[in-house]
Every structure is written in C-alpha cells, then in structure tokens.
Ligand binder design. Sequence first.
Ligand code: 6R9
Length: 648
Amino acid sequence: MSDGKVYPVKEAAKSRALVDKDQYMAMYKESVDNPDAFWGEHGKRLDWIKPYTTVKNTTYDRNNLSIKWFEDGTLNASVNCLDRHLAERGDQTAIIFEGDDPADSRHVTYRELHQETCKFANALKSQGVKKGDIVTIYMPMLVETAVAMLACARIGAMHSVVFGGFSPEALGARIKDGGAKWVVTADQGVRGGRPIPLKKNVDAALNNPEVSTVEKVIVVKRTGGDIQWQEDRDVWFHDIMADASVDCPPEEMSAEDPLFMLYTSGSTGTPKGVLHTTGGYMVYASMTHEYVFDYQQGDIYWCTADFGWITGHSYILYGPLANGAITLLFEGVPNYPDSSRIGKVVDKHKVNVLYTAPTAIRALMAEGDQYMKQSSRESLRLLGTVGEPINPEAWEWYYNVVGDERCPIVDTWWQTETGGILISPLPGATDLKPGSATLPFFGVQPALVDSDGNVLDGATEGNLVILDSWPGQMRTVYGDHERFILTYFSTYPGTYFTGDGARRDEDGYYWITGRVDDVLNVSGHRMGTAEIESALVAHPLVAEAAVVGYPHDIKGQGIYVYVTLNHDADPSDELKTELVQWVRKEIGPVASPDLIQWAPGLPKTRSGKIMRRILRKIAANEHDSLGDTSTLADPSVVEDLIEYRENA
Ligand code: 6R9
C-alpha cells in the first residue's frame, strides 16, 4: 500500500492555501513544543466575552485526569456562529438548503439564521428550558434543525441530537440516559421521496413507561402528514415561534461549560453520551475547518453528513458557521432521484468543497461513471472523506471521476470523541497517498503502541493512541466519568486510546486499519457488537448471539450474526427474516444484519468468553488462518460452524 502512488501537492492548492509544507512543519513543531503559546494565539479566532488568561490545563494521568482549555474565558457559541458575522456579512448566505426534492432549495442569510435562532431560543425559554438543561433533537436535515441546535447553544442548554434513522427504542434509551424534558422533532422527514415517521417514533419512544422525563414535544411541520397529538405535551414549532421575540441576549458560558452531548457506540454496554464543552471545541472545530478545507470567504462548502453524527455537528454547523462560511445542508440521499444527484447538486450550487463518506463513494462507483458524468463538477476544488478507511480503488475513482484529477482529497481521520479532525492532509502542504489519512493536525501527537503499551518507533503497525490533549477533545461521558477514564485512559496509561489500529510508513504517514475493539463501522456508522447482541437475545427464540464484522464491498463492513436458538425453535429462513426485522425495530435500519448463521454452539474459552477472533475469520471465509483454538472449551464447535458457513 505504501508503495502505491504519491500525488504531490498541486500548485493551484498551494498558491491559495494558508500553509505550505514548510509552514505546516514549522507550525506543527511550535504546536507541540509550546502548546500554550500556540493555542493561546489561535484561541483568538473566536470572539470571547471575557478573554482567557490560561490556555492548557490537562493531564492524562488516570488517577488525576483533567482536561481543561481556556478555562477562565467566557463566550457563547451561537454568537461566534452568528452575531459576530452580522456587520460584515449579514446578508450573505449562511446555509444553502437543498431539499430531498431536487426542485426544493433556498438560501438562508446570516441575518435570517440569527433571527430564527434568537426566536427559537426565546421559544425554548418559554417552554421552561434553562442553562444546563438537555434538549433532545430528533429531526430530519432541515434549517430548523440547525436553528434548534444554535438556539440551545444561545441559552446554554445542551443539545443531544439523535439520528433520525434510529428506532423508537434507541431514541428512548438516549432520552432516558440524559433525562431530557424536551424533544424537538418533525411531523415527518422525507428521504428519497419517502416519509419517515419521526413524530410517530417519538410517541412510541415516550409510550415506554421507563422513558418518563419528557414534558414537551416541539414539532416542526415538514410534510403536514397525519400525526397523533397529545394536547398537554405536544406543541407546534410554528406556534411558539409566532410571537417569540427576535431579541435574545446570549448566555455567557464558561469555556468549560457543556455545549452538547452526542451518543456513540463503544465496545461494551450501551451507547455513551460524549460530552463536548464550549471553548476548546469551538476553537478546534473552526480551525480545522479552515485549514483542512482551506476555507476562504465565499467558498461554497458541502458536507453530506447528517446532524445526527459528529461530522454534522463540527463540519456542517459549528466549524463552518464560526468561520462565516456558506454551508450546504442536504435533506436527501445520494441516489435519489438517481445516482447523478450529488454531481447535479454540485453544479446547481457551484459547490467548491465536497466532504463525504467512503461508503457513499463506493455506492456511486458501483453504479458506474455515467451518473457522475451527467454533471460538470467544474466548481469543485477540493474533496474530502470521513468515517472509515477509504480503499485505494475508491480513492482513485473519487479523484479521477468526481474530481476530474483536479482536486486534492483530504482523508480526515477523527472520532466523535475528538470533536474535530486529528489526522488529515492539508491541501497546500501534504503530498497524498490514496488510503492514507497522512499526518497529524496542529497539536496532535499520535503514537503507535504494542499490546503492552510500549511506544513503537519508525515504520510500524500498532494501536493508535494520542499522547497529549488538544482543545476539541471530549471531556467526559455524560453521567459516568469513571467510564470515560476507563474507556480512554486506562488501556495504555498516560495516553488517550482511540480504539483504532494503524500503520505508519517510512514517511511518517498514518494508515488507519480500523477498529481493534468490538466496534463495527458499517457504512461509516459506528455500532457496538454488544448493542446488536443484546437486541438479538431479547428475542424470545434466541438463546445466544455473537456479532462480528466482515468485509463488505459497499458498506466497508457488513454485520454477521451467529445465533444459537432455544431448542424448541425452528431454524427457518422465515425466522432469519424475522430476526433482521427485530434488530431494525430495536435499533434502526443501520443495524440490519447482513448475514445470519445458525450456530449450534459458539466458540468459547473455558472462562466463557466468546472468541470473536475465530468468528471473524469464519465470517470472512478465512478458515485456514483461525489461529490457536486449543484454549477453547469445546474445539469441535468450530468445525460445526465452518461446515454451516460453507453450506450457507
Ligand atoms: C468522524 C467519525 C470514528 C471511527 C474511528 C475510525 C473510523 C473515521 C476515518 C476512519 C479511517 C478515516 N474513521 N474517519 N477510519 N479513515 N478517515 O467518523 O466519528 O462516528 O465516532 O467514528 O470511524 O475507526 O475510530 P465516529
């Protein structure tokens, strides 16, 4: 792989970018040698109400863990995204909304977005929301979703956005964990021409007696479709907006006050509420957005993510708006009305920067070039990817066909936990290698360690850790600080453990190889095997289940399920279909099993641990390299499973 092609920095990119190779190296050195001076300077990119006098106050010592940035400064995130741009570019577009229907689009200026945000902030207050409260947002991709997030930020409430593709059960679990009293939703969403019953899902989630904290459900009218209405609980967004004042003084927030939480899957247990605070997150999101995408005033920037994921938070909303950017918000899907859509939206809005996921690229690639060729895409200058490793074939297709060999690709590696991009090329500074996320951003010190935690030198492969803090780092797991310390700072003490494996080549370039824990990455969506397993065993006919990932051409990883049934159950194809539906209902369509294999028994150690390593090999059809099976309680189980796999 490292022997593959190298794409040197393009002259066009270099001549306009903020930094070239030498400047990158000098700034990087300064950022790790003297983080206080470096971030002290770059923190000024925000408007502070009370300027900070201290910058970095962090320790990764697990007995004494503390992560604080700019801690005595105060600010408001919505002011940085809105108010401060009004004088200079109040009438400039902030958001280009492109609807699911290609005939539906509109521009929202900074002034309009500011007004709507202030009004909704007042409306939230009228519903009792105060600083420090949690508001769950379960919405399609609408301007109102951005307004709801910014309005929370304005009054110091934490938003907790739950992906609109999640099931009522998954939504309910996330509401329950945080104890939100307010949910913002829409009557229905529309994706690919089909309605998504969001309000109905909220009703179902709240019907569960265990989800008991919600007092008000605020409903945006998107389709006008039929919904049920609970008089004492449900309110229309447009009703509470109607007489809300446009004047809403921002709440003065400490740099370390929470901005939002966002649930993400880990290797064990239920999803974790990743908590980000205000100052460091905003500095880091805006700075990475500017440098990685070489964002300059007037550029039209499009990130195709959903607000339900961290990419939507940092690189549709907070980063771009803090930079006064024009950010495109897309309600639809890449293959509706057909697979030419992405290219056509690029042409329609003259998009300069396109940031999307490998899974979307692979899906479009599989449809053939003719769809992409229906657009000129001549406005494009830069391409980006995020969410999972991009295979070199998909990279080359993105580069050659989508970008017409003209646009550098920034392969950005980061996580919900990191708040912003940690490893990525900078377009004017970094030679590209297809499939490599390349080099660290300013202030980020990656390292590879072996399983004993020894830091490895030179060209090598290992577990990816980060040696010191950066401003955008998460601060805690909501309601469970112990879990935060245990998950990220205890595996390799003194470092932040990413859960990813990586290789480093002779040039110091990082190649992310994927998760080394039990987290799946299906189409760029993170999912814990434990979550899917617990959904399966909740089915009355399932005795035991084990879930592993296996290589999948489009999704990157597919979901492979081994199920042991109760002895009275009939292992039929109908039951397989039923189990797929069951998981979709319990978690959501993103968690649909791709393959289910009946397993008379599962390979376990004598202490009862399922040996996933073996199950992964069987799922990948790598029967010859199962490794040591002698520690199994019953090695014959493996033979049975292989036989089943071959006859499947
Ligand atoms: C931003 C985001 C994080 C996990 C991460 C890694 C994988 C993300 C990647 C990548 C290879 C990239 N990942 N970007 N792997 N190359 N450019 O995706 O956050 O949803 O929390 O997922 O995604 O495995 O650990 P999140």
